[in-house]
Each structure stands twice: as C-alpha cells, then as structure tokens.
Write a protein of this length. Structure first.
Length: 200
C-alpha cells in the first residue's frame, strides 16, 4: 500500500489557504457610508476580477481531485468542502455584479445635468451598492467558514494506523481509503472428472 502519510495535513493546509484568500478579499471590500466613499470603477473591477479568480480556484481544486484515481485516497470530504463553498462564492459574485452595475450607472451619468429625478436615481443606486456590498462580505465570510470547518474536521490518522483500527473505530472524515480485503478462501472443490468408460 502506498504510504500517503502527510496527505491529510497537506489537504488541510490547502483548504486553509483558499479560505484565507476569501478573508483577504473580504477585508478589502467595504460598505460605503456616504456617496463620497464609493469605490471607483477601477478598484471595483480589480475586486471583481479577484472574486472571479477565487471561484475559478474552487473549481480547479475540485477538478484536480476529481480526476485523481489513486486507490489509496478518497477526496470526497475535500471535494465536498470546495463545492459547498462555491455556493456562497457564487452569491458573492451575483451581489457584487449587482453593485457593479450601479457603479457603471453612476459613471454614465456623472456629468449629466442635475435634476430631481437624477438625484433620486443616484440615491437609489447608492443604497443598492450599500446593500449588495454588505451581502458580498457576508457571502465571503460564509465561504471561508465552510472551508475552515472542513479543514478542521479532516482526520490525520496515518494510513497504517487507520488500517489497524476496527471498522467501528475508523474516522469517517479521513481521506485515506483502505485497500479492498481479498475474499476469504472457501473450501477447495475438485473438478469433477468422470470415470473412464470400459468397453463391454
């Protein structure tokens, strides 16, 4: 059996690393308290690019493990963590793009002649940005939390120790898969050989 000792620790480290990237982006995203605090389009575009990259990272992590056919490893718990985190990450993308559209609207009419209707529209756009950015932050925190919780739960019992445990004592959240046990030998059966026929 191939010795995969340390692989669980490596998977934990990767989950924590991806979670940290979600935390970093969340720290850079703020909820403006007044129109003067709105992001400019360049900064918003960079943040959206980063968020897109994080979602791609999740799918890349899943793809890498989904095609791994090592019989000694079961990436089910790790894959489930990444696919679960993709749900709030996707919501973060949806919420950010809603805010992004408002940034575009405000840029489009930045130099338009002032009017009551335009002031109302700008105020509405600002409220949408506030609401959506708050949701983005919540979504990013949830994605990070899912990844960290999954990393915390991965069992690091070495494969050789795992193999020595009884079935009831083996952790269910291990990425190590035990080799299939050969079937128990049955009674030896001799092939039937008919007796030779003698001539009359």
């Amino acid at each position: 059996m191939t010795d995969h000792t340390g692989r669980a620790s490596a998977e934990q480290g990767e989950l924590y690393a991806v979670a940290l990237e979600f935390d970093k982006l969340r720290a850079r995203i703020t909820v403006p308290q007044r129109p003067s605090g709105l992001l400019n389009l360049a900064t918003a575009s960079k943040q959206l690019t980063t968020l897109t990259g994080l979602i791609k990272d999740l799918s890349d992590e899943v793809l890498f493990r989904a095609v791994d056919e090592d019989p000694g490893l079961d990436f089910g718990p790790v894959i489930y963590a990444y696919t679960s985190a993709a749900v709030p990450a996707g919501r973060a993308m949806e919420n950010y793009t809603e805010a992004y559209a408002q940034f575009g609207f405000l840029r489009r009419f930045a130099e338009a002649s002032d009017s009551a209707d335009l002031r109302d529209a700008r105020a509405a756009a600002f409220r949408v940005v506030q609401e959506r950015m708050e949701l983005v932050r919540d979504d990013l925190r949830e994605a990070s939390s899912i990844l960290r919780s999954a990393a915390d739960r991965i069992d690091g019992t070495p494969p050789r120790v795992l193999a020595a445990l009884s079935r009831s004592a083996r952790p269910t959240n291990s990425i190590y898969r035990l080799p299939a046990e050969p079937p128990a030998p049955g009674p030896v059966r001799l092939a039937y050989t008919p007796a030779p026929r003698h001539g009359r």
